[in-house]
Design a protein around this ligand. Structure first.
Ligand code: NG6
Ligand code: CA
Length: 516
């Protein structure tokens, strides 16, 4: 009898183990949550783990970098926002879409509603999908009515839930949009937006400079919202206007709520922070924290937000079951159109680290950005020099969750993202303000482009030269030594490989970028 009971007990335990174990394994590795944290204009050197000045303390990002895979050759597809976000979400080179340029707030959606995106792919695998933060990929089909349903937008390209700003913090409309509707809109005070002409009688930075709390340096002299001059004209919507200084807290709350309300199912959250893009408006409690003015303070604020979001995962018991990915949409810029002491108070900090150029540039600091993956208990700390691009996340995440939906340009680099190999891509085409360049292994080829070598107002070298440029990035990460004349065979070979991807138009930029 005893023996029978024991046998029965043994069988129950064995049964319990055999059924729960694979289930458990499935829930922690087959369908992990995915948290994609994306910063705006955070440079390669703007994080402690990437060598930031000690005044710029980023302990939360550093923790992720030091306990996950920290990529030293991690790239956005581009050196500006819209194309990079396009590449990230669609897994497709943005230069294949002529509309993937820095967009005004009134631009139509540039992702096709029939196009594959990371959230769409994940949805078909049973994921809940959400975006909180900056969108900047266009909304509607042209002529958006901001007072009605604003569609198509994120909800039509794969996100079940969205809480976004339409474009950038410096562009109108300066309102939040939740699931295709402006938040807090008073129907008696409708919103109108125009990027060409002002609305009669509405103050602008030029007509009413006395209303400004922040001064514009270049561009940014249209409508004034909260004392900050913007790009574009806007009328109405007073009750819906965001508070710039509370934006980080607001997005953080929404991101936390998203995690809490989806903790019992696999979810994908794209948390797109607005920092440290202009206008830099950290909450007053971060004022002076970096000693570097609002740009440094905004980075410290962003780091705090990231700490909070990681703590939320921890509190909800989700940290072991969440793959965290963190990166930035493009490289750094100091003065991007407002006087905010970013240059004056920089001190010894190098936002681009050792890299040359910055935002808008074909040199490395344009698109090479902080890039890391963290997964508690699953990823071992590793500094990886694998070449990875944000465009590869689509195929790599597909591989992780067992989806076969991929795109031509996105490479499955899951093993590199999980730190199981340091082998990444061999080749990558980079884009900056409609121009392209080509990386192959340690070599970078920048074809000749006409136009100014620098954008004077932002003081950034953008990579234009009448001559072919060839750099060995391993030996010369700062791109000081053009080896094109020394290695003509290498140039020839690189050019062939570049053309094979980019076609004969490899150095025909469609439009030369001009700062206003
Ligand atoms: C530029 C803006 C700059 C910034 C950038 C977009 C002017 C003079 N400059 O045109 O301030 O908004 O566009 O930045 O308007 S991004 O990170 O969203 O690409
Ligand atoms: Ca950006």
């Amino acid at each position: 009898m005893k023996l029978r009971i024991l046998l029965l007990l043994g069988a129950v335990i064995a049964y319990g183990c055999s059924t729960t174990k694979p289930e458990k394994e499935k829930s922690t590795s087959d369908k992990p949550n995915i948290l994609l944290i994306y910063l705006d204009d955070l440079g390669y050197g703007d994080m402690g783990a990437y060598g930031a000045s000690k005044n710029l303390k980023t302990p939360n990002m550093d923790f992720l970098a030091q306990n996950g895979v920290q990529f030293t050759n991690g790239y956005a597809t581009s050196a500006t926002c819209t194309p990079s976000r396009y590449g990230l979400l669609t897994g497709t080179y943005p230069w294949k879409n002529t509309n993937a340029k820095i967009l005004p707030g009134t631009a139509p959606l540039i992702i096709g509603t029939d196009q594959l995106t990371i959230p769409k792919m994940l949805k078909s695998q049973g994921y809940a999908t959400g975006i909180v933060g900056k969108w900047h990929l266009g909304l509607g089909n042209g002529n958006v009515n901001w007072n009605a349903t604003i569609s198509p937008g994120p909800n039509e390209v794969g996100f079940d839930e969205s809480y976004i700003m339409a474009a950038t913090q410096d562009r109108v409309p300066t309102v939040y949009i939740e699931n295709n509707k402006v938040v807090g809109l008073d129907p008696n005070d409708p919103i109108e937006v125009d990027y060409k002409e002002n609305f009669e009688g509405e103050p602008t930075a030029k007509t009413n400079p006395e209303m400004l709390d922040m001064k514009w340096h270049h561009g940014h002299n249209n409508s004034i919202v909260n004392g900050i001059p913007r790009i574009g004209f806007m009328k109405g919507g007073a009750s819906a206007k965001w508070d710039d200084y509370k934006m980080a807290d607001h997005f953080l709350d929404k991101a936390k709520q998203y995690i809490q309300s989806h903790k019992s199912e696999p979810f994908f959250l794209y948390y797109a922070l607005q920092q440290p893009h202009v206008p830099r408006t950290p909450h007053p409690r971060f004022k002076g924290k970096s000693g570097m003015g609002p740009r440094g303070d905004a980075i410290i604020e962003a780091d705090w937000c990231i700490g909070e979001i990681i703590n939320t995962l921890k509190k909800e018991g989700l940290l072991e079951n969440t793959l965290v990915i963190l990166s930035s949409d493009n490289g750094p810029v100091l003065n991007d159109g407002y006087y905010d002491d970013a240059e004056e108070k920089l001190g010894d900090h190098q936002p681009a680290g050792v890299l040359r150029g910055g935002k808008y540039s074909l040199f490395e600091a344009g698109a090479r950005v902080p890039f890391l993956t963290y997964w508690k208990g699953k990823i071992k700390p590793l500094k990886s020099d694998a070449i990875v691009c944000q465009m590869d996340l689509l195929a790599s995440i597909a591989s992780l969750v067992g989806s076969e939906q991929i795109t031509e340009d996105s490479q499955d680099l899951l093993n590199a993202f999980l730190g199981q190999t340091t082998v990444g891509r061999e080749e990558l085409v980079l884009e900056a303000t409609s121009r392209t360049a080509f990386r192959k292994n340690d070599w970078m080829l920048i074809p000749p482009y006409k136009g100014p070598t620098s954008l004077k107002k932002v003081k950034i070298e953008i990579g234009n030269d009448n001559e072919m440029q060839l750099y060995n990035l391993k030996e010369d990460p700062s791109q000081t030594n053009n080896l094109a004349k020394v290695h003509p065979d290498k140039v020839k070979q690189m050019l062939e490989a570049f053309k094979a991807i980019r076609g004969e138009d490899y150095n025909k930029s469609t439009k030369v970028y001009k700062l206003r």
